[in-house]
Design a protein around this ligand. Structure first.
Ligand code: ACO
Length: 430
């Protein structure tokens, strides 16, 4: 076995620590102590910059080379040849389904797209201008109250049923949230349509008896869903695992993950990209905007990634999808500004030095907008497909005998023990 030899210069003692899969176990550092009283050495890693929190078989990323694979399959091949539901099955169960497995899976998900009628009343309680992501986070948590048996997280059949429900109902909740914010009646799922076709139906159906999704837009959305199915230990997934580690039902854990996804540094970024493009307003204003970013006055949203230090492979695929979508919808005028931003940024020393490239969010918002989605729906459109990744990661966590409740340590730098001060003797802290 490979090992690492450490010498503690405080004591002169030497330690040999095993290296496995390119990692040392942080707990092995605990034996390094100056005396019996000493708690032992810890590693300090704010924001988990260099700490693996789990061993996973789901998603592989090589950020320097721009590689993303689900269960070994390159994202490019899945985007080309697979469907979202097939990819979700792969992410969840580890293998591409056979024809009969896929038929059964599609049937199971499709027959769990309806929600309890009380969900509609719940939706109605939201203010007319409530953000759909807030509605989605709350209503997915509310599902926990409809399915109390979901607490049986160590029962494989129960987990399977909740998986069907979660994957099936997320588009319904999302569409209801959208219709509520538009003051429009909710549209029930149509089981004859595909996963994304039905989602478009629940969003956009008006008076027609049968909604017919545009095939190009249906496929484009399906590809976008494939690209968002999983992305290993990002902020949302870390929330899923962190909350899941205390063993609540999966609806509560998915609500936590979706809440993490809502932030502008994560799934809220494409919403921010669109706002940024609208603020820039025209192509000729791009150099001025880049100058401001370089001066530290804000970020170039949709650029940069914690893991990818090269072009995000998903952004490349999305750029191609954009062309197909714009053939149907007409070009989004913000596209020219985005292309100009990308062109200038990729030639600029500031962005080159920091390895800042377009990420998945840079173009997805422009496509979603062209398809008729309001910007508030963007993080929702991320949360729907990511549910398969969250559930896969949750299941992996539960079945991993090494995992326990997630509970990081801290470095305490506060006051030493001191005596309580009666209120009449206290001074205002400066
Ligand atoms: N625009 C301008 N400068 C940037 C940007 C950006 N978008 N991103 C990073 N930088 C700069 C930082 O200021 C820093 O510069 P410095 O070294 O001079 O201080 C350097 O690049 C390194 O950046 P960090 O913030 O340390 O990188 P980190 O890995 O912590 O952040 C993150 C990654 C959060 C994605 C960041 O790049 C960012 O905020 N991007 C914009 C938001 C965004 O697009 N998020 C979507 C991510 S993809 C997803 O969640 C699906």
């Amino acid at each position: 076995m490979d090992t690492l030899t450490l010498i503690d210069n405080r004591t002169g003692k030497k330690y040999e620590i095993p290296i496995q899969n390119g990692t040392i176990r942080a707990i092995d550092l605990r034996q390094i102590r100056i005396d019996e009283e000493d708690f032992g050495l810890m590693s300090y890693d704010p924001a988990f910059m260099n700490t693996a929190s789990c061993r996973s078989k789901i998603t592989y990323i090589d950020g320097d080379r721009g590689i993303l694979r689900y269960r070994g399959y390159p994202i490019e091949e899945l985007a080309e040849s697979s469907t979202y539901l097939e990819t979700a099955y792969l992410v969840l169960y580890g293998e591409l389904p056979t024809k009969s497995e896929l038929d059964q899976w599609t049937h199971d998900v499709t027959y769990h797209t309806f929600t309890h009628e009380n969900i509609k009343k719940f939706m109605d309680g939201f203010h007319y201008d409530a953000h759909p992501m807030g509605m989605l986070v709350s209503t997915v948590a509310a599902l926990s109250t409809f399915y109390p048996e979901a607490k049986n997280i160590f029962n494989a059949d129960s987990r399977k049923l909740q998986t069907h429900r979660l994957i099936g109902k997320m588009p319904t909740l999302a569409a209801f949230a959208y219709r509520h914010s538009r003051g429009m009646p909710y549209v029930y799922p149509d089981n004859e349509l595909s996963y994304t076709g039905n989602f478009l139906n629940m969003l956009f159906k008006m008076t027609e008896l049968k909604y017919e999704p545009n095939a190009t837009l249906e496929r484009a959305l399906d590809i976008l869903f494939i690209l968002h199915a999983d992305h290993e230990q990002n902020c949302g997934t870390n929330a899923m695992r962190g909350v899941g580690s205390s063993h609540p039902d999966p609806y509560c854990a998915v609500a936590a993950a979706a809440a993490a996804l809502y932030g502008p540094l994560h799934g809220g970024a494409n919403e921010e990209v669109l706002r940024m493009l609208s603020v820039i307003g025209s192509k000729d204003k791009v150099p001025e905007f880049i100058k401001k970013v370089k001066a530290g006055e804000g970020l170039l949203m949709g650029f940069g990634h914690r893991v990818y230090k090269n072009y995000d492979p998903r952004a490349k695929i999305i750029k191609r999808v954009a062309d197909q979508v714009f053939e149907v919808t007409g070009k989004n005028p913000l596209l020219d500004i985005a292309l100009e931003l990308e062109r200038i940024a990729l030639e600029d020393e500031y962005f080159i030095k920091r390895k800042l490239y377009p990420n998945v969010d840079f173009y997805s918002g422009i496509i979603y907008q062209a398809m008729g989605f309001p910007v508030e729906m963007f993080p929702v459109l991320f949360a729907i497909p990511r549910t398969s990744g969250w559930v896969a990661q949750w299941e992996e966590l539960l079945l991993d005998p090494e995992q326990k409740i997630a509970r990081p340590r801290q470095v305490y730098l506060g006051e030493e023990k001191r005596k309580f001060v009666p209120i009449e003797h206290r001074k205002t802290a400066k």
